[in-house]
Design a protein around this ligand. Structure first.
Ligand code: PLP
Length: 393
């Protein structure tokens, strides 16, 4: 059976149109965009065209896009850059308990540097409470960083409202849109975002390139010092081929976003229905309505996510587990814990994330294989229990 890839939240394949655009810049068009000669000017023009394309995807101006090495760097630059630039104004940052580690670990680092960080709790569906957010803002708050959609369960946060609250209180608002840009509508004006993180490899672009949107007028302290590239905000010779690839990926995503998200939502709902109809006790995680259209997070109590992922992999189907099994213990994901999901349910969590190559036939096959895997693992787990041999808790 041809492999079925259902892990598009982890990464996506580079699409043919993107690769085609990139190749000339890995071959003959090798100029440095900072050089003033013809090869340099060709590279500069390509970088600037890519900047326009990225900006268009999120309703920004090209001059507000700063290329980085990916979503992780964009998040670090947004948080550390704001903290350092505004430390004389205040030392308080608000984020949520379910952010990607690129935000959470950066916040922990900032705490070690003397900043105060409020990690807002979320409800059982993974949504931040707006009243709690309003209450957390103080005169010392310099930044609110709340992700647009969660990468594990797909819950979309009320970012428009959060942006409005931030604007009213004159606090900068950053949102990590790595999982949403190119998938659902993202517009920096509608979101009132001052800073917004993007990554190319989630939208059929290359790995190792991303961007930070910085609203005109907002000034950040750089993380990297050097050759003054990206208006001094991100020094280092531009990764031209990857930037070009990111631009093309954004252009294609903008063109296809509407129809593709509807198609994926239908397929995701089909997957959910096929599994729910045949397996009792399976719980869907995340918000029922405000959820990424291509994501399905499921928990099967009393099984381990990693076991299901391994068995599905043997059947040629790639997906992700929600919690990791390390030696004898299962490390429960911080997202599922923060949502208050009990450990016996969190341990058995897996994530399907669909993408542009998935067909209805593939989804039917994946649902069928999953039901089979779960039934088999349940029999095995009952056997292990009866022998007192359950191996990993
Ligand atoms: N933010 C979110 C929500 C993500 O899902 C990811 C990657 O999985 C990142 C940030 C990091 O992006 P990158 O892999 O480009 O560093």
């Amino acid at each position: 059976m041809k492999a079925i890839y259902l892990d598009h939240c982890a990464t996506t394949p580079v699409r043919a149109e993107v690769l085609e655009c990139m190749l000339p810049f890995l071959r003959g068009l090798f100029g440095n965009p900072s050089s003033i000669h013809a090869p340099g000017r060709t590279a500069r023009a390509a970088v600037e065209e890519a900047r326009e394309r990225v900006a268009r995807l999120i309703g920004a101006k090209a001059s507000e896009i700063y290329f980085t090495s990916g979503g992780t760097e964009a998040n670090n630059l947004a948080l550390q850059g704001t903290a350092m630039a505004f430390k004389d104004k205040g030392n308080h940052i608000i984020t949520s308990a379910i952010e990607h580690h690129a935000v959470l670990k950066t916040c922990e680092f900032l705490q070690s540097m003397g900043f105060h960080v409020t990690f807002l709790p979320v409800d059982g569906r993974g949504s931040v409470n707006l009243k709690a957010l309003k209450k957390a803002i103080t005169r010392k708050t310099i930044l609110i960083s709340i992700m647009h959609a969660n990468n594990e369960v797909g819950t979309i946060q009320p970012v428009e409202e959060i942006g409005k609250i931030a604007a009213e209180k004159e606090v900068l608002f950053h949102t990590d849109a790595v999982q949403t840009a190119g998938k659902v509508t993202v517009n920096v004006e509608v979101l009132c975002a001052d800073l917004l993180s993007l990554s190319a490899h989630k939208i059929y672009g290359p790995k190792g390139v991303g961007a930070l949107y910085i609203r005109e007028g907002a000034s950040l302290t750089p993380l990297l010092y050097g050759g003054h590239q990206e208006k001094n905000i991100r020094s280092g010779t531009e990764n031209v081929a990857s930037i070009v690839g990111m631009g093309k990926a954004c252009e294609m995503a903008l063109k296809e976003r509407g129809t593709e998200s509807k198609r994926l939502e239908n397929l995701r709902n089909l997957l959910q229905d096929l599994i729910s109809a045949r397996l009792s006790g399976v719980v869907v995680n995340g918000h029922a309505e405000n959820r990424l259209p291509h994501v399905l997070s499921l928990s099967v109590p009393d099984l381990l996510g990693e076991d299901m992922v391994r068995e599905m992999d043997k059947a040629g189907i790639a997906l992700s587990a929600g919690s990791a099994c390390t030696s004898e213990k299962v490390e429960i994901s911080h997202v599922l814990s923060a949502m208050g999901i009990p450990p016996e349910r969190a341990r058995g969590t897996i994530r399907f994330s669909l993408g542009r190559d998935n067909t209805r036939r593939q989804i039917e096959k994946a649902a069928h294989a999953f039901v089979h895997v779960v039934e088999r693992l349940k029999v095995l787990s009952e056997l292990e229990d009866s022998l007192g041999k359950r191996r990993c808790y």
